[in-house]
Design a protein around this ligand. Structure first.
Ligand SMILES: [Zn+2]
Length: 441
């Protein structure tokens, strides 16, 4: 297929990534973030191509940008391409290079957002502008959305767009965004390219133990702290049963094939832990998504050492597989017991995208075109993205932000990590793969 990416696009993806990093969009949660300058930056560059981006805010300063590129086939479903503009906090003292410098040093762009996900924001912008210069239109309508607030509740971002501006996404059936098609180095000479085709749901729980308040020196068989501690210990030690979703089953089958391991994840006696044990570093791609999980994370109880409090509270980070909610609820009822109540403090849906779809096949082919040495595998994300919010509009989400990374680049560790950075070559690869996929999508 002809190359439509020109030298200017390759330069622009680097300068856009760097300049977006320099616009500090740290999201500290609780509404403490301002995406507006970054939103204006991308909107100006989209408008320069003749598109008509709209800026949308639920809260002043928390700006989202949406634009639509008209495809050549009006009968085709539209495709959503979305990226968030906010980033998680970074502590400059911990970094080798200032996290908001966007410095390009020895062929690497440094800074918060270099992989999550100002890189993808910049790649999309560079592709769209290259198309405008070359007079290219994609087959499908492509809706581009730059969102606020992904790193907190999404209430000012994709949640707001899905609830209050669904018309902007009319016709969209599928979407692509972060956390897929990057190089996952899984041992010498083995480069995996995981494409996300699902996400576990979020089930953040609040537990409240009730008891009888009283003096710390007296007998008390209704101690809320002890009751809470017992429930938390049961939850923390619970062995959740294996539940293989179609995406995870496909991931395991593909990984077994890559490593030449005889295993049939569809067989009734299939032992997932045995296969995970043989997969080495690649096990990390799937091990968090073969079961539900619930990790106790916060405890709150008492105010004085000689006073037994009447109640005690804990928080648990639960993650729920597609289809796993009933079992999750029943298990929590049982593990908490009669003296401890639990409720969802925050809940987000689990997602599942087909891996036998034409779209997955095209995503896969685009990576293989430019990284023939790589092995494309589907995977389910252990956590969540904006795709959860857009799923309310009937949009099936895939994680696809292509990057070819050299050995030694530990992509998962760079996510929200110190010294987040991305090689210029990786950005060039991403632009080429995105261009290839999006034109044919
Ligand atoms: Zn992200």
């Amino acid at each position: 297929m002809a190359e439509h990416i020109d030298g200017r696009a390759l330069d622009e993806v680097v300068s856009f990534t760097s300049e977006l990093i320099r616009i500090d969009t740290t999201n500290r949660g609780g509404g403490d973030c301002r995406e507006r300058p970054a939103a204006e930056y991308v909107a100006e560059r989209l408008a320069a191509t003749g598109l008509e981006p709209v800026l949308l805010e639920r809260t002043p300063g928390r700006t989202n940008v949406v634009a639509r590129i008209e495809g050549t086939d009006p009968s085709a479903d539209a495709l959503l391409v979305h990226g968030h503009l906010d980033v998680v906090p970074a502590e400059p003292a911990d970094w080798d290079v200032h996290p908001f410098s966007g410095e390009v040093r020895d062929g690497v762009v440094w800074g918060r957002g270099a992989v999550d996900m100002k890189n993808m924001d910049a790649m999309v912008l560079a592709v769209v502008r290259a198309w405008a210069r070359a007079g290219i239109r994609p087959r499908r309508d492509i809706v581009i959305a730059y969102t606020a607030d992904e790193e907190a509740s999404a209430i000012d971002g994709s949640g707001f767009l899905a609830d209050h501006h669904p018309g902007l996404f009319e016709g969209c059936t599928e979407g692509i965004s972060e956390s897929g098609a990057f190089t996952f180095h899984a041992g010498p000479g083995t480069a995996l390219y995981p494409i996300a085709a699902g996400e576990r749901g979020t089930g953040w729980l609040k537990l409240t133990a009730h008891g009888r308040a009283g003096h710390g020196s007296k007998v008390n068989r209704a101690n809320a702290v002890s009751r809470l501690a017992a429930a938390i210990a049961r939850i923390g030690e619970h062995q959740w049963p294996v539940r293989l979703t179609p995406t995870v089953r496909a991931a395991l089958a593909e990984l077994a094939r890559v490593y030449g391991i005889a295993a049939d994840p569809a067989a009734p006696d299939f032992d997932v832990d045995e296969l995970l044990g043989k997969l080495g570093p690649a096990a990390a791609l799937v091990e968090s998504t073969v079961r539900n999980s619930a990790n106790p994370t916060m405890l709150e109880a008492g105010y004085k050492i000689n006073v037994i409090p009447g109640h005690a509270t804990a928080y648990v980070d639960g993650r729920i597989l597609p289809g796993g909610e009933d079992e999750f609820r029943d298990t929590l009822d049982r593990l908490t017991g009669p003296d401890v109540d639990w409720e969802f403090h925050h809940k987000e849906v689990a997602l599942q995208a087909p891996v036998d779809s034409p779209t997955y096949a095209k995503l896969r082919a685009a990576v293989e075109e430019f990284a023939p040495e790589g092995h494309v595998v589907p995977y389910c994300m252990s956590g969540g993205t904006d795709a959860k919010q857009f799923s309310r509009l009937g949009i099936t989400g895939y994680g696809f932000s292509p990057l070819r990374l050299p050995p030694g680049f530990d992509y998962p560790a760079l996510f929200h990590g110190v010294d987040e950075r991305v090689p210029v070559d990786a950005l060039h690869f991403g632009v080429r793969v995105l261009d290839h996929y999006l034109r044919a999508a």
